[in-house]
Design a protein around this ligand. Structure first.
Ligand code: MG
Length: 457
């Protein structure tokens, strides 16, 4: 009798459904030059983003989400490694180039551990769709950094300009590449050059949805890095001329459609409850582009600057059923994505690697706040500002672009971000102890930074 009972128990153990949950899938949607004020749920009165607004309402919308750099390439390097770009060398060298260009030999060093490599080692299927901008040479490509599949542009859509290609003018319509000869690449092979930019968002979306559907059994990591709303601006015929905000608004509204398609694909595949989707931007709006430059909402300055408008960007997390909907005011950012995804996937990082971000799981899933921690605003390899809690100190300030050489502040400028969104009332004289605390955090951080070999020149 005992034997038969034991046999039955053993059989039951084999046949019963496994109790441990399936590994979490990850989708990371990364826009290019989307400003804080360019989405409905962040206050845009003109650009309609019902899909992203719904994502935010069902998930967590961060009011204080930061990109890890003020421009493209370093921001992407930090997103995929959880490390300030100075550590990987994704910063300017003596020539001062602020990002990688089409002829650049450098890129994200092969020695850096990326999200894709770390998750792939854990059995994840990995795909990159969209803009790369972390290097085109051997050792720097998506396939060198853990991506099984890659489809998109190797760098920004305004690189590879060719004067002989047709361009739009006041009297003629804009052709699909508008004088830019940027290639569209699939798994290392050029499949179209110049890329027809009018349908990029649509094709990226189809690619992303197909990957999700093919990897239904999971686990997977999808990195969808949109080309837009980076200048030159394009939208497909279904969106062109439809928004109140011109072609910039059209491009953002198409990204909104795209986001809705991806969340719908997750719902239809029954994966929504088991997939964490993060939506954010690589830097603030490119204000020098005028009407095609987007909006930093209530903040001062934009892309290229360490004022809030340059680095505070939309940030939304979505995982229905797991994540309780709320607006979160804690300062968090792109640096936290790497440790958060790895912690959720049960991947431990090698101890020799310094990770600058923090696992956000307690914020996302337990309604907790993280203890105050410093955030450092770098412009290239130089630390310009630091925030702790509500306080932000600027050690240097400089215009986003142009010949201005900048200004060093001694004592630093000090602003209370809770009460002064535009960073206009300097409280340094009244708050010496706050300044001392921030200075100590900066000194401690800088004493631990080993700069990588600069890659951009
Ligand atoms: Mg950008």
């Amino acid at each position: 009798m005992m034997f038969r009972l034991a046999l039955l128990a053993a059989l039951f153990a084999i046949l019963a459904p496994r109790s441990e949950a399936a590994p979490t899938n990850f989708v990371l949607i990364f826009c290019d030059d989307l400003g804080y004020g360019d989405l409905g749920c962040y206050g845009s009165p003109t650009i309609r983003t019902p899909q992203i607004d719904r994502m935010a309402a069902e998930g967590m919308r961060f009011t204080d989400f930061y990109s890890a750099a003020e421009v493209c390439s370093p921001s992407r390097a930090a997103l995929l490694t959880g490390r300030y770009p100075i550590r990987s060398g994704m910063v300017p060298g003596p020539m001062g180039k602020r990002v990688l260009f089409s002829q650049s030999k450098g890129g994200l060093p092969a020695s850096e551990l990326t999200l894709a490599s770390a998750l792939k080692a854990k059995g994840y299927a990995t795909a990159h769709v969209g803009k790369w901008h972390l290097g085109t040479r051997e050792g720097h490509r998506p396939s060198d950094h853990g991506f099984d599949h890659s489809f998109g542009l190797p760098y920004s859509n305004d690189m590879d300009g060719r004067p002989d290609l047709p361009k739009g003018s006041a009297s003629s319509p804009t052709p699909p590449a508008d004088g830019w000869n940027v290639p569209l690449i699939r798994d290392g092979e050029i499949v179209e050059q110049p890329a027809d930019q009018t349908t990029l968002t649509k094709r990226y979306t189809e690619e992303a949805v197909a990957f999700i559907q093919a990897k239904e059994k999971g686990p997977f990591f999808l990195y969808l890095a949109h080309t837009f709303p980076h200048v030159p601006m394009f939208a497909s015929p279904a969106f062109k001329g439809k928004s109140r905000a011109g072609i910039f608004g059209d491009a953002v509204e198409e990204i909104d459609w795209s986001t809705g398609r991806i969340l719908e694909a997750l719902r239809q595949s029954g994966l929504a409850e088991n997939t964490l989707v993060m939506f954010t931007s690589d830097n603030g709006p490119w204000l020098t582009q005028g009407a095609q430059g987007g909006s930093a909402g209530p903040f001062h300055e934009g892309k290229g600057s360490t004022w809030e408008g340059g680095m505070r960007v939309p940030g939304i997390a979505w995982m229905p059923g797991r994540l309780s909907p709320r607006v979160c005011q804690d300062p968090v950012g792109a640096l936290d994505v790497f440790p958060t995804f790895l912690a959720m996937a049960g991947v431990s990082t090698p101890g020799r690697i310094t990770i600058d971000g923090t696992d956000l799981s307690p914020v996302l899933f337990e309604g907790k706040s993280l203890p105050d921690r410093p955030f450092f605003y770098y412009r290239g390899s130089e630390l310009y500002a630091c925030r702790i809690g509500e306080w932000k100190a600027h050690f240097q300030t400089r215009s986003a672009y142009g010949p201005d050489k900048g200004e060093t502040h001694e004592p630093p400028l000090l602003f209370h971000l809770g009460q002064d969104l535009r960073e206009s009332r300097n409280l340094a004289a009244q708050q010496p102890e706050v300044l001392a605390k921030i200075a100590a955090a900066v000194q401690s951080h800088q004493s631990g930074v080993v700069p990588g070999l600069p890659q951009f020149d």
